[in-house]
Design a protein around this ligand. Structure first.
Ligand SMILES: [Zn+2]
Length: 251
């Protein structure tokens, strides 16, 4: 055979009165197989297979296909795994408020908040250039603001302990904060997307670990004294940040 050994065509199948597209890929393979991914439904077969048989095969798999398509759709809607594209007009969260990314041609590179816009000045609008700028800005803002916030929280905490933790800003995948035995408090940079009460809920949680290095009932009782309603606020924090999506993951 000359040229490419693989051919594909767009086809469709019907199920319960609705029509769904699929891509038919003909290659040198011996058997007929089907795959469902975020790219859609693909049926792989060989030149000898009859179209009528392929169609029957696909239709016999209809409920399997729809189940998988639905799951893929749900996964894509999971907000915490929703990546950002770093393109003009996209919404970015900061301190619990939405800002519109506004790309402006110019030098030097800079980022400022102007009313409801996050204005980024750069010569090149390639997301590969814009992304690190925005993420570095988030890190710098988190460092500045959480330092101030920690000072405020320590005013309440000093009734119970004189320990003053060292603060570091990190990007964690599965947690909002962390306290080490050496009293280093790490806060997830993603918290900067949330409101001040969300920052406090994590800061107080980590401060409470200075007194109780576990999640025992005593820890929760102490945290409740330090930050009343902490359980409700912890849930709220998690939900809010989930809904903001995650600019720190790559598409
Ligand atoms: Zn904890």
């Amino acid at each position: 055979m000359l040229g490419t050994s693989q051919r594909s065509s767009e086809r469709s199948f019907s199920f319960e009165g609705r029509t769904y597209p699929y891509t038919l890929v003909i290659s040198k393979r011996k058997t007929t197989a089907l795959s469902v991914s975020h790219k859609g439904v693909r049926v792989h077969t060989n030149r000898k297979a009859k179209l009528k048989d392929i169609q029957t095969f696909v239709e016999s798999k209809a409920s399997f296909i729809l189940k998988h398509l639905k799951r893929i759709e749900q996964d894509q809607q999971k907000p915490e795994t929703r990546a950002y594209s770093f393109q003009d007009g996209e919404t970015f969260w900061y301190s619990g408020k939405p800002y519109t990314l506004c790309l402006k041609k110019g030098t030097p590179k800079k980022i400022v908040l102007q009313k409801e816009d996050l204005v980024v000045t750069a010569l090149n609008f390639d997301p590969k250039i814009i992304r690190p700028l925005v993420l570095a800005w988030y890190f710098a803002e988190a460092d500045r603001i959480f330092r101030e916030r920690l000072v405020l929280c320590l005013k309440t905490f000093k009734k119970y302990s004189s320990v003053q933790p060292t603060l570091v800003i990190k990007l964690f995948k599965g947690k909002w904060g962390h306290m080490t035995k050496k009293r280093v408090m790490a806060l997830n940079v993603r918290l900067i997307l949330g409101e001040p009460k969300h920052w406090d809920s994590v800061i107080y949680h980590e401060l409470a670990h200075i007194k109780h290095f576990n999640h025992s009932p005593a820890f929760h009782d102490f945290l409740e004294k330090l930050y009343p309603n902490h359980r409700k606020l912890q849930k709220e924090t998690h939900q809010f940040l989930k809904n903001c999506g995650n600019p720190f993951i790559m598409e």
